[in-house]
Design a protein around this ligand. Structure first.
Ligand SMILES: [Zn+2]
Length: 673
């Protein structure tokens, strides 16, 4: 029998036939698909005809179709329904895939053809979309080191391999430090701790085989402990261990690894012709260069620091009443901030929850998409990869636009967090296809017969992921490689963070945040409290984040420091870092930057996106309000439909008439009046 992954699917909307695919189909299908891809690549290379756009660039894009058919359903399951068997398959597949793609990007004959097309780009008469495709394909090869030869090529390979080893060690050391450290609590030490934390501490004690409850360095235990424990000496002990993860000395110490990683990255950037790693990394981002990132972060730094220092005075005065002399310390901040939060923004979570029904929040997101972009959603009586997944057809003016899958409930086989992925992306080439987009969340599933309720944060998450889904569904580009969310890292969170703003629009909450039992809309006073609490302790949060982002930038923009810890201390000193606020991630714990390349020289991108989303939403407010049709049309035309087919900065300027400024962000975070 033919493998169902590789046979024609013959399903409505050509959706993967999950009901016909068994886990045992994936491995043989993958082998077949990898072999097919290799054969396609070999055929491109073996052509007699001189390299041109169609026989090389377009042919390359068309290759690997079978691989896509195997991997897109597989990765959907690997994230959202990862049974032990599927995890095992994933461990088997990842090194295989890494090797497969590394070999393609290091294939000298293939690169020679790509290079030949690139060199005669001006004579090809390509239109904008094809020219962009050629530019991106060529750039991808060059950045992977395909243009290097001889000793340089060997060195690049060695550097990449060493960086992969160091990244894994960094992560594992951190996990080991977090797992090994624990602090036993006597019954008297449980004073002041909320029930959920006591339960979690007892469970952690049992897991570790301790006689009683313990606090470990897991964020879900240590942060609430620092928030709630009135025992200052215990807070100090726990806090000091927490901020020293990865720097305990001995075998798990990450400091030497950090220095080696930074040196290797600098060497790699120089091999590729860049002055330093930050310039290499930012070259493909919207920010473009280190100076732009530094300017943004410093614009935010001063107002954030001012706010944090003012908050520090308030908290120090509260601590003085408890007999603490002088300014508060790092282990005091969260404890007094929690006390202050209770006094100023007492939000009764239990009273709030019935107003955020899952079904109503889904309806709210759909309604906003309808008012802004004319999209309509109808639920289909269809099953997907799990019985909890809901399937919707998305249309506009009666025409099919996309399939949207909503996978909202937590389960043991789903990884934590929330995400949006495309099982199929919109494209005209290499094949004409409409998108199949999935939003995956981890909301608590209600007992049978009860309505699913969300927290306010959950509702934000739902809107956030739906914003990514819109970016996929409204995509209207030629090439699949630049479809939807295939954009620069510092641009990809704009549509998602922007869409969160509609949850805060009073008329949206008025209509959809209704009480599960009474059906009454949320009272205005409660709504104001929810929105007010969102900015609480923003000085602290902004300072700890910006400090980490600036250290990340300084490490990579210039010669790699031989002693990163000394460099970190020097930069913080120059910034005037408030003494009671640690970096969100100090160097030995900074997994974003040292576990892999994803966020190295890129930790700023969260804030870069936030600057844009605040500024972009202001465009609606300055026009006719949150549903202004002209601004919505321009958002779709210039940003949501364009994917990565045009440079991000260019897209933003077309939408806003200028690049974004930080004013709207500072206002949104409550850091300026
Ligand atoms: Zn996101």
């Amino acid at each position: 029998m033919t493998n169902p992954l590789l046979a024609p699917w013959d399903t409505p909307f050509d959706l993967p036939p999950f009901d016909r695919i068994s886990d045992e189909d994936y491995a043989p299908a993958l082998e077949e698909a990898l072999a097919a891809h290799n054969a396609e690549i070999a055929a491109i290379v073996a052509q007699e005809a001189a390299p041109d756009f169609e026989n090389t660039i377009a042919a390359l894009e068309a290759s690997g179709e079978a691989l896509d058919r195997v991997l897109s359903p597989f990765f959907a399951l690997a994230g959202a329904d990862a049974t032990p068997r599927r995890q095992e398959l994933q461990r088997e597949f990842s090194p295989k895939l890494a090797k497969h793609f590394a070999e393609i990007s290091a294939n000298p004959d293939l690169y020679a053809r790509v290079r030949a097309v690139w060199d005669k780009r001006d004579e090809l008469g390509l239109d904008d979309q094809d020219a962009r495709q050629l530019f991106l394909v060529h750039r991808g090869y060059v950045r992977a080191g395909a243009a290097l030869t001889g000793a340089e090529a060997d060195r690049m390979k060695a550097i990449k391999e060493r960086l992969a080893v160091l990244g894994t060690s960094f992560t594992q050391n951190l996990l080991k430090d977090e797992a090994d450290w624990s602090m036993d609590l006597a019954e008297a030490d449980l004073e002041g701790l909320p029930e959920f934390l006591v339960d979690a501490a007892r469970a952690a004690g049992e897991e570790k085989g301790r006689p009683g409850p313990v606090i470990t360095l897991s964020r879900s235990l240590i942060v609430p402990f620092l928030q709630f424990s009135p025992r200052r000496e215990l807070r100090e002990k726990a806090w000091k261990a927490w901020v020293s993860r990865g720097a305990f000395g001995g075998e798990t110490d990450n400091r030497a690894i950090a220095a080696e990683v930074l040196a290797l990255r600098e060497e790699r950037a120089k091999l590729l012709g860049y002055e330093n790693f930050a310039r290499y990394k930012l070259d493909t981002e919207m920010a473009g260069e280190p100076a732009a990132v530094r300017a943004l972060l410093m614009d935010v730094w001063e107002p954030a620091k001012r706010q944090a220092l003012a908050d520090q005075d308030v908290l120090s005065a509260m601590a003085a009443e408890d007999g603490v002399n002088g300014p508060i310390e790092g282990w005091d901040w969260r404890y007094y901030a929690e006390k202050r939060r209770k006094e100023e923004h007492d939000l009764d979570e239990a009273a709030l929850k019935p107003y955020f029904q899952l079904d109503k929040m889904i309806a709210a997101a759909f309604d906003c998409a309808n008012r802004l972009f004319g999209l309509e959603f109808s639920e289909l009586d269809m099953t997907s990869y799990h019985p909890d997944v809901r399937v919707f057809e998305v249309t506009r003016d009666g025409k099919h636009v996309a399939i949207f899958l909503g996978d909202y409930f937590a389960r043991g086989t789903k990884r934590s967090g929330a995400w949006c992925s495309a099982i199929r992306s919109q494209a005209v080439r290499p094949r004409e296809q409409t998108p199949v987009v999935v939003n995956v969340c981890n909301f608590a599933k209600p007992p049978k017969g009860r309505v699913a309720l969300l927290s306010y944060d959950d509702a934000r998450t739902l809107f956030h992921e739906f914003g990514h889904a819109l970016h996929q569904m409204l995509s209207d580009v030629r090439w699949e490689g630049v479809s939807g969310t295939s954009v620069a890292r510092d641009f990809v969170e704009l549509p998602s963070q922007l869409f969160e703003h509609w949850l805060e629009v009073p008329e949206v909450l008025q209509k959809f945040a209704t009480h599960a039992e009474t059906g009454e809309p949320m009272p205005k006073a409660m709504l104001d409290k929810v929105l007010g609490a969102a900015n609480f302790d923003m000085g602290f949060q902004t300072v700890e984040y910006v400090a980490s982002a600036l250290i990340d930038l300084e490490f990579h923009d210039g010669a790699a420091p031989t002693d990163p810890m000394a460099r970190q201390a020097e930069v913080l000193e120059k910034l005037g870092m408030p003494s009671a606020i640690p970096m969100r991630h100090a160097t030995p714990q900074f997994a974003h930057v040292f576990s892999g390349d994803g966020y190295s020289s890129g930790y700023y991108s969260y804030m870069w996106s936030e600057v844009m989303d605040a500024d972009a939403f202001a465009a609606f407010e300055e026009a006719g309000g949150a549903f202004d049709p002209e601004v919505a049309a321009s958002l779709e035309e210039n940003i949501l439909s364009k994917g990565g087919s045009v440079e991000a900065a260019e897209l933003y300027e077309r939408f806003r008439g200028r690049l974004p400024g930080v004013e709207a962000l500072l206002k949104g975070r409550g850091l300026v009046a």
